[in-house]
Design a protein around this ligand. Structure first.
Ligand code: TYM
Length: 332
């Protein structure tokens, strides 16, 4: 029996992944590789929507690869690769741009938010066409499941719309993928502003836990997290967004359920609860950080792994691109 396919990507827009990336997405990448055929890539082309010095972009891309491996992506079972190593992403991206309406692309909330924040003149066209490249990323691998955080839901929906439109015009070509989004942990919030998502582009870094940062720095951030009125460690996202966010984090890091944690922290003050979260974070991520730093010492080995992943992925991507081109009537 052929195994179902999983695909996901992450941008290389920072030196480190943050805790939201891990809990919302990468943790699922790792568990899904047990039973699925998986394709995971670093969206280095999407990262070009943020202007970055060349030497910084390449450093970030390798740091992303090292972190994925250190977090548990197994390159023997999974294809782990760079988006820019497979030309078919751009090639099918153009086809998707020709499928998408200007209006529907204009309604993408990530584009609206970012373009409103920066103004039209400072917003690159690549940010507008970003979801169509993302659709190509997914459809090329005929993915069944796409593990992502809540903020990517709309991009998976437009992917399904574009695939459905293509299939009905040109004959069945693409599998329609499903988003795989956690109910708890699909959106991790900023520690300082627990009503906004934890994000690489957040104004201040105090609310963002970066897994490659010095552990002491993250302990300080967790201990300084905004808490709420009252004294009880209880999950209530409306009244206690700060504590609820920390409970979600603690649950993901310890494997305990939220009710179990509420019981365990009954009668414990916020300060001691935050110390426990800080301890869980350090215990969890210190060995991962060490592993990633070790992997970064041998860049040629990392690049070799990415080339091997690309070789596996390219075969699938080119098969789908060819089928799409043929069905479109492009002369082969
Ligand atoms: P990116 O690089 O912003 O984020 C990578 C993954 O982390 C998730 N995530 C979060 N989850 C929970 N809480 C948060 N605060 C949080 N912040 C980020 C994201 O949802 C994502 O799953 N467009 C994508 C990259 C991409 C992609 C793809 C993903 C390109 N092509 C194809 C899937 C399939 C992005 O910018 O993710």
């Amino acid at each position: 029996m052929t195994r179902k396919r999983v695909l996901s990507g992450i941008q290389s827009t920072g030196e480190s992944f943050h805790l939201g990336n891990y809990i919302g997405a990468i943790r699922q990448w790792i568990s899904l590789q047990e039973d699925y055929e998986v394709f995971y890539f670093i969206a280095d082309l999407h990262a070009l929507t943020v202007e970055t010095k060349p030497e910084i972009l390449s450093k970030r891309t390798l740091a992303a690869a090292a972190q994925l491996l250190a977090l548990g992506v197994d390159h023997k079972r999974s294809a782990i690769f760079l988006q820019s190593h497979i030309a078919a992403h751009n090639q099918l991206g153009w086809v998707m741009e020709c499928m998408a309406g200007f209006g529907e692309a204009s309604r993408m909330t990530q584009f609206k938010d970012k373009s409103q924040k920066n103004g039209a003149d400072r917003t690159v066209v690549g940010l507008f066409t970003y979801p169509m490249l993302q659709a190509a990323d997914i459809l090329l691998y005929q993915a069944d499941l796409v593990p992502v955080g809540e903020d990517q839901r709309q991009h998976i929906e437009i992917t399904r719309d574009l695939a459905g439109r293509f299939n009905s015009r040109y004959g069945t070509t693409f599998n329609l993928p499903e988003a795989f989004i956690l109910k708890s942990g699909g959106k991790i919030f900023d520690l300082q502003d627990p009503t906004s998502k934890m994000s690489k582009s957040s104004g201040s870094t105090n609310g963002v836990l970066e897994i490659m940062d010095d552990p002491a720095k993250n302990v300080k951030k967790i201990k300084g997290a905004t808490t709420d009125m009252g004294k009880e460690v209880r999950f209530n996202e409306v009244e206690k967004p700060g504590i609820s966010n920390l409970l979600t984090i603690q649950s993901a890091l310890t494997g305990k359920t939220i009710p179990q944690l509420e019981d365990a922290f009954e009668g414990v003050g916020y300060g001691d609860f935050k110390s426990a979260v800080a301890e869980a974070f350090v215990t969890y991520f210190s060995p991962i950080r060490e592993r990633a730093l070790n992997l970064l010492e041998d860049e040629p080995a990392l690049i070799q792994i990415l080339h091997e992943g690309a070789a596996k992925a390219r075969v699938e991507a080119e098969k789908t691109l060819n089928l799409a081109y043929t069905n479109l009537g492009l002369v082969r």
